[in-house]
Design a protein around this ligand. Structure first.
Ligand code: BES
Ligand code: ZN
Ligand code: ZN
Length: 477
């Protein structure tokens, strides 16, 4: 994919509103029910590239928003790639009062979504055909369009990094390789990446993390990524990602069907690595540190058990009710480390944490728990910009109390009910100071989807990379 600004050439894509079907050709198509310019409709008649007719339906102008543009242009690019069209000309006027920068970024993003595929392990994989997009914005808006397109290109590069990490199987992506890839990809963009092995994790007394990792022959890794680019600010925002490169459940073993996709249980770490990549690549003015406590939840004669009482870096003791509620244990130590040792002033954790979240929200909405509505409002604003949905759950003491154990400080399951909230609040109770603004985002449903939706293809989505980038870079202004 190649984007040019203010350059003519290639098949001209005509943008058509539903209520503005004019001229013989389009009226004919409408009468024959071949094209009626409904939103996301694409008509392509390939006589020859020179004589091709290419129409994109935009629906009603007043209904156009950024996400609709992403969907429309995803469909368009999909069609162009299918037909191996080499060059397309897009003449983009002002659309429903959207600014030229955001319009260009949404259109480029939609197009780029069409270019992602995960076929690394297929012997007969083929390269995508080259497609050049000549983008002509409204007059005088060339610089704005250029900014939008450049931003989308880098942002999608980060989203694809996340997708590649999450899609790959657990014999390829395990703590060591996850750490290696984070190091390679992020250091190239100026992020400092430090990887701690088992000895250092032991020295840090990350007992909860170590217990989860115990049954695996793969060494756990604590991956710390630092990007400081705002010397004028005292804020240091931590992104903490769940990094279970495989979760078989441990002794509370999962049935085969539920286990199959548990290589995606490092989705949170994929997201934070992608977000760091985007922030550094686009030189966001912000201080961010990301922490991933990566390991596998496996079975062996030395695995932790249901019934064990374990410690944690914070000193709090935890009764293990179920070894399959392991994510919150690794996050507990990572969150404590980020706030205590690294001095984070705000924290967002992302995790494929609960099946309860998937039951409640399905695959297009992430669930959240927070202790700070102002901080959460910043995330909501970024979600709007990114076209992603996060829904806040109640975080009342009722749920917090459910995590209390009779024999230890906490237990790793709240009980039968309210699983998304109790899991989130468990993680929050390991902030070094519980007043630190914090958001927990459960991406169990959204990180990896079983069905394509809009511009998201099935499997890994890279969900929330864009939102985190927009939230932390504040490029919106
Ligand atoms: N990794 C799973 C959660 C999950 C479920 C992620 C579905 C992606 C898709 C997590 O570690 C887990 O096993 N959670 C248990 C917790 C239970 C034992 C309290 C669950 O949700 O069933
Ligand atoms: Zn589990
Ligand atoms: Zn898990």
């Amino acid at each position: 994919m190649k984007f040019n600004i203010a350059k003519k050439g290639g098949v001209v894509a005509q943008l058509i509103y539903e209520d503005k079907i004019e001229g013989k050709y389009l009226s004919h198509l409408k009468n024959k029910e071949l094209f009626s310019a409904k939103a996301e409709e694409v008509y392509y008649n390939l006589d020859s590239d020179l004589n091709a007719q290419l129409f994109i339906g935009l629906g009603k102008e007043e209904k156009i928003d950024l996400d609709l543009l992403r969907k429309c242009f995803f469909k368009l690019a999909t069609k162009l790639l299918e037909n191996k069209v080499a060059e397309v000309e897009l003449n983009i006027p002002k659309l429903n009062n959207l600014c030229s920068y955001k319009t260009a970024s949404a259109i480029a993003e939609g197009i780029l979504h069409a270019s992602y595929k995960y076929d690394k392990f297929k012997s007969d994989r083929k390269e995508l055909p080259e497609l050049t997009i000549n983008y002509n914005p409204a007059e005088g808006k060339e610089d704005k369009a250029k900014k939008g397109i450049n931003e989308a290109v880098k942002l999608m590069d980060a989203v694809f990094l996340t997708r590649d990490l999450v899609n790959q199987p657990p014999n390829v992506i395990y703590p060591e390789t996850l750490a290696q890839i984070a190091k390679e990809r992020l250091e190239a963009k100026g992020v400092k990446v430090t990887v701690h092995g088992k000895k250092e994790i032991e020295a840090l007394k990350m007992e909860a993390f170590l217990n989860v990792a115990r049954a695996s022959t793969k060494e756990p890794k604590l991956i710390v990524m630092e990007y400081y680019n705002n010397p004028d600010s005292d804020e240091k925002i931590a992104l903490v990602g769940k990094g279970l490169t495989y979760d078989c459940g441990g002794y509370a073993i999962k049935p085969a069907e539920s286990m199959l996709n548990m290589f995606t249980d490092m989705g949170g770490s994929g997201t934070v690595i992608g977000a760091m990549h985007a922030l550094a690549d686009l030189k966001a003015k912000v201080n961010v540190v990301a922490v991933v406590a990566s390991c596998e939840n496996m079975i062996s004669g030395d695995g932790y058990r249901n019934g064990d009482i374990i410690g944690s870096m914070s000193g709090k003791t935890i009764e293990i009710i179920n070894t399959d509620a392991e994510g919150r244990l690794t996050l507990a130590d990572a969150v404590y480390y980020a706030t205590k040792n690294l001095g984070a002033t705000k924290l967002i954790d992302l995790a494929t944490l609960t099946g309860a979240c998937v039951s409640a929200f399905g695959e297009q909405v992430s669930g959240a728990v927070t202790n700070n509505d102002e901080f959460f409002a910043e995330l909501l604003e970024a979600n709007e910009r990114a076209g992603e949905i996060v829904w806040k759950m109640p975080s009342i003491d009722y749920y917090k109390k459910m995590n209390e154990s009779k024999v230890a400080d906490l237990k790793n399951i709240g009980g039968k009910f309210g699983g998304m909230m109790t899991a989130g609040l468990f993680v929050g109770s390991f902030l070094a100071n519980e007043d630190i603004p914090w958001i927990h985002i459960d991406i169990a449903g959204t990180a990896f989807i079983s069905e394509a939706h809009g511009y998201l293809k099935e499997k890994a989505t890279g969900a929330l990379v864009k939102s985190l980038y927009y939230m932390l870079s504040k490029t919106d202004k």
